[in-house]
Design a protein around this ligand. Structure first.
Ligand code: SF4
Length: 433
């Protein structure tokens, strides 16, 4: 490529369960490389007590290259191998009885595969779940449910969380799985990734429609209620993905507002190596169909201005983005969405605020700052900078919140009943990203 050589490895031949067990039985140190010294590494803290149960993904989301790295055929470890790893983890210093994840590239693809190995061998479809779940896919979640139950029953294990991303259009095929997950494995919040609400960008991402999210949400709420738990779904969205128009972002913002979501940090599409969406980004063509000089063009969001606008739609509640949004809405002929009505997106009145600054930029080190050259090392949140407010173990945070609530309850019990006026108002979920 130009004057650079590029070495591209094909996905490896899928490993059998015996081979996976062999690989995972190696005596790993389970600690960061010594070159990190004593640095606190938030990413390590997050996975320190998690277990990888499989490799591969047949989802085929175009912005992700995991299929190119790990293959489309799921490679599973045996229950015995996974449970043995948990037993070994229990001996490590710092283990509190909480397993932070039993997962992989996608939480719920364990032991799920094409019904026919012969068809699977010849199939060249980029996804088994898009545009709908393939009729040849065996969506049986029973082995995964059994694994969760066995892991929960291990002595010394207090809680098993599922932190890997969930393919919820697949999960709704097994209500028993959703019930098991919601009843036992959610730490208050479950992050899922519809990525958008509009068909245009969703088709370019190869993601299911928002109807699947609604179906999953109904099941999530039902089983949470049955379990007597107050739990929330936190949906993630991408701004500026190839195929996204300003109207698509406006409709997404209206959906967010109607559903009471306020994204704290938002993600804008960035072209990463080997992802099909990267090919769209650079060519302006859709590689999911045959590409010719006459073939379908894809709307690409490249200019800094339009990327900022798309992010501002995702953060419709942030006054710093309102001037830009007002201009855009007027240009789009949707000035009717400016005002203080319930159905309107942003107010006409502008409060005094600092200028707009993206969350990513806010966390960056300014050019020329002394920090930039610190010890010749580039500090990131993975090797030294403090975590953002939403990083950290969800279980620990929940335990802290419970302890704080208990302390408040005791204080109230000691000092008389809290009046309705003093009681803390119930809070709507705020989606971190
Ligand atoms: S036939 Fe369907 S389930 Fe089988 S590999 Fe192809 S897409 Fe996947």
């Amino acid at each position: 490529h130009g004057d650079h050589d590029i070495w591209l490895n094909p996905p490896p031949i899928p490993l059998t369960t015996e081979e996976m067990d062999y690989v995972f039985a190696s005596p790993y140190a389970r600690v960061p490389h010594p070159s990190y010294g004593g640095a606190k590494i938030p990413a390590y803290e997050m996975i320190r007590f998690s277990v990888n149960i499989m490799r591969g993904c047949f989802g085929g989301c175009t912005f992700c290259s995991i299929t190119e790295h790990e293959g489309r055929i799921i490679q599973n470890r045996s229950h015995e191998s996974i449970l043995h790893e948990i037993e070994e983890m229990k001996k490590l210093p710092g283990f509190t009885g909480v397993v932070s994840d039993l997962g992989g590239p996608t939480a719920n693809m364990y032991r799920i595969a094409c019904n026919s190995p012969e068809i699977e061998k010849h199939c060249r479809k980029p996804s088994c779940v898009y545009p709908g779940i393939c009729e040849n896919l065996n969506t049986d979640h029973s082995s995964l449910i059994e694994l969760y139950r066995k892991a929960r029953a291990l002595p010394g294990v207090k809680k098993i969380l599922i932190a890997s991303g969930l393919r919820y259009d697949l999960a709704v095929e097994s209500p028993e799985y959703v019930k098991e997950l919601v009843t036992h494995h959610v730490g208050g919040y479950l992050k899922i990734a519809p990525e958008h609400t509009e068909r245009g960008p969703l088709d370019k991402m190869m993601k299911p429609g928002i109807g699947s999210y609604d179906k999953f949400k109904r099941m999530f709420d039902k089983y949470s209620k049955e379990a007597g738990k107050e739990q929330y779904l936190i949906p993630y969205f991408i701004a500026a993905h190839p195929g996204t128009t300003d109207e698509d972002m406006m409709n997404l913002a209206l959906w967010l507002k109607a559903n009471g979501f306020r994204a704290d940090q938002v993600q804008a599409f960035y072209p990463s190596p080997m992802a099909s969406a990267t090919a769209m980004y650079h060519s302006g063509k859709n590689p999911l169909r045959k590409v010719t000089y006459k073939s379908e063009g894809v709307a690409i969001v490249k200019s800094e201005e339009q990327r900022r606008l798309h992010k501002a739609f995702l953060r419709y509640h942030d006054p710093r983005g309102w001037p830009m949004l007002r201009e855009a809405l007027i240009r789009m002929g949707r000035a009717d969405l400016i005002g203080s009505g319930k159905h309107q997106l942003i107010p006409a009145h502008q409060p005094a605020v600092d200028g707009y600054q993206s969350a990513r930029r806010k966390n960056s080190t300014p050019v020329g700052s002394k920090k930039a050259g610190q010890g010749g090392k580039i500090l990131t949140q993975h090797n030294g900078l403090p975590p953002r407010s939403h990083d950290g173990n969800a279980w620990d945070k929940r335990e802290q919140a419970k302890a704080a609530a208990e302390a408040r309850r005791k204080a109230v019990a000691g000092g008389g009943k809290a009046s309705g006026k003093n009681r803390k108002p119930s809070q709507r979920p705020v989606a971190p990203r």
